[in-house]
Design a protein around this ligand. Structure first.
Ligand SMILES: [Zn+2]
Length: 228
């Protein structure tokens, strides 16, 4: 059985950024373990109209993430119990070794995380940096890919990469699952009217592809349309 380990920062990173790809591999019987460093309890969106507060948010977002995992077909969900918006401040060695232990336990064929400088949020960059270091220690660098936003990697040269570094996954057949996961993250998406349009209209807002950067740029060319 093929195994994928995704190490992200917040509930919703998995759905909003690469939900189509996770749903695709889950549908192909890949065993997926999702790690969320935090429970997203410092998020600014509190539902619409607001019904959450700082006290209730962590539990609500955990429940939403479990529902999103069901929509995507993710079997295992783990939290690192780091406070939201503080991942960059936790002890880096400790964080790296926790992830290293997880990698040794799961023995994944593919690891997904954030790029340590292109992550777009301090929590994203910090979890990406620690996961990258952990993969180096366990010899998983050739299994490691960085998630990227939207279709930015259609032009990888803008970020110092080439098309040979980009894996482009066709997720067209899995957009329904992705939309269901967006809707599962209700307190985060309620304010986005398009998410709640009739299915066909909402689905039309998604791109057909999700893009990943190869961490191991030295390895020889492989299939640029598959992570495995
Ligand atoms: Zn995030």
């Amino acid at each position: 059985m093929k195994k994928l380990l995704a190490v992200f920062a917040h509930p919703d990173d998995e759905s909003f950024i690469c939900g189509g790809t996770l749903a695709k591999y889950a549908s192909e019987e890949v065993d997926i373990t999702l790690v969320s460093a935090t429970r997203g309890e410092m998020g600014r969106r509190m539902g619409n109209p607001p019904y959450l507060n700082r006290e209730s948010m962590a539990a609500a977002r955990e429940t939403e993430l479990r529902n999103a995992c069901d929509s995507l077909g993710i079997q295992q969900l783990l939290f690192l119990d780091i406070r939201d918006k503080t991942v960059e401040f936790v002890d880096e060695e400790n964080l790296t070794s926790r992830i290293e232990n997880l990698i040794r336990e799961v023995e994944p064929d593919v690891v997904l995380t954030f790029h340590e400088t292109l992550g777009g949020h301090p929590d994203h960059c910090a979890i990406g940096k620690a996961t990258t270091a952990a993969c180096q220690r366990t010899g998983h660098k050739d299994s490691l890919y960085f998630i990227t936003f939207g279709n930015a990697m259609e032009q990888p040269e803008r970020f110092g990469y080439s098309h040979q570094d980009v894996i482009k996954i066709d997720v067209q057949a899995h957009l329904e699952a992705k939309l269901a996961a967006f809707r599962a993250h209700r307190c985060q998406t309620e304010i986005d009217e398009w998410v709640w349009l009739p299915d066909q209209e909402a689905l039309a807002r998604f791109g057909r592809y999700e893009y990943f950067l190869r961490a191991d740029r030295e390895s020889s060319a492989k299939n640029l349309n598959d992570l495995f």
